[in-house]
Design a protein around this ligand. Sequence first.
Ligand code: NAD
Length: 542
Amino acid sequence: MSKGFFNVPIPKNEPVKSYAPGSEERESVLSQYKIYYNSQIDIPLYINGEEVRTGNTVTISPPHDHKHAIGKYHLADKKHVEDSIRTALHARRNWADLPWEQRAAIFLKAADLLAGPYRAKINASTMIAQSKTVHQAEIDAACELIDFLRFNVKFMSDIYNDQPISSDGLWNRVEHRPLEGFIYAITPFNFTSIAGNLPTSAAMMGNVVVWKPSDSQVYSAKVLMDVFREAGIPAGVINMVYGDPVMITDTLLSSPDFAGIHYTGSTHVFQELWKKIGQNIYTYKTYPKIVGETGGKDFVISHPTANSQQVATAISRGGFEFQGQKCSAASRIYLPESKAQEIIDLVKKDIDTMKIGAPDDTSNFLGAVIHERAFDNIASYIDAVAYDDNAEIVAGGKYDKTKGYFVEPTLILVKDPKYTTMCTEIFGPIVTIYIYKDNEWDDMLDLANNTSSYALTGAIFAQDRYVINEATKRLQDNAGNFYINDKPTGAVVGQQPFGGARLSGTNDKAGSILNLIRWVSPRLIKETFAAPKDYRYPFLDT
Ligand code: NAD
């Protein structure tokens, strides 16, 4: 029981370090990278606080150097998944009862560990195994995750503080209980911060979690587990398993104690998960919460009044940073005829200067795409352009997987605004441009609105305020995060809560109170001090 109304530390966004030549942080992250490159990590499952090695292992290699092994991870079988459910439910008894300030302290400590002693490790592991540049690793694995942890603690205390009023003679109180059962967290490869946030946001609210990271993010996930354990998360509260995603999912979703899913990844997988939850609905003790942030086909729309250099920079950064593998990456662009060539030339100039390679050479702007399957898929879209009269490659277009899965930043120009690369999420450094006639601005807004089934992020560039107002209104349902004169990537926790609508997700806004509220089930307690002793009301009197 708490013996005070505690104020949590006021969160501030973690400052992004520069990694400029000669800086201490650069030296330390590059030497950690070298250690990882020259050693062999052995990553166990984590069940009930124990490291479980099954002997059934998969080798890990950097995407930019795929013939070089940097370790292995152990695969779970069904029994390990069942153990993780059992152990989570056992841990729930004490964890759900722990005073909230004790839970808060654990996550604040985890944030400080990441900001200090683990910063180089979390960044280097993200660089080597997810092929992020040092800047992309810093804004994701270090800063965004630190922000998630610190801001979520504040949101948690705001939720607990939200109490009903009470009339005379009674007292209304709301307890924000954790869900009755366990939460299944499934995370994608592309953000270490999301991998850390999905299990911890639910655990922070008193829930217990079985976490399945992406096979392509296991390295930095292991560093996260080290942080969580050192921060003091008790055994069994967050269990981590990997292996066949279908077997793991079927085992977890068929448990009567399944109470919620916290998912980020592609749309199709989420739809399958939702379907399975529906099929199992008669099994569950409680209606599970379903939270999923999924794919995107994010747009940049330029009006004739926009500044061409600003539009070009938004395309170059928004489309090509982290090889276009952000759910928010700019991938379909609408340019006015009067400015199109100028903007395309500016982007081509940027592309000419972008170096591609391993992230320990910090002059590289792009690394490799995540794995061979992704590489082959991206290459197939580039190849298809050669056979299509409706599309041409105007920059980039080469790819090579001899040493790493490298794809050049590529611009495709299309005549058909519904050409496949304008509609489909490719998840690579491919940006498609459609040129509209200046006097067809109005129709183009409808076109942009109706082209994709996603609605994650989008940006409009214009100087004319009437135009900005009109586009903001007309594109209301077309993006959960809408940007005016800015690129559509780079949401900051506490400032731009993130999530999309339509087939981009349930829009429960990671990095905001709206997300944390999904992980509690409020109990109202009404206490009456002088309960009535007569059933009759005055209106019954004659
Ligand atoms: P993915 O869908 O391949 O995998 C996501 C997770 O689901 C992984 O842990 C994976 O192992 C698991 N999985 C795969 N198949 C499964 C199955 N049949 N059953 C259960 N689990 C399964 O996605 P990815 O390649 O890791 O990540 C990229 C995708 O994530 C893109 O579509 C991107 O837009 C999306 N994403 C969205 C957001 C957002 O906030 N909206 C953020 C990051 C990534």
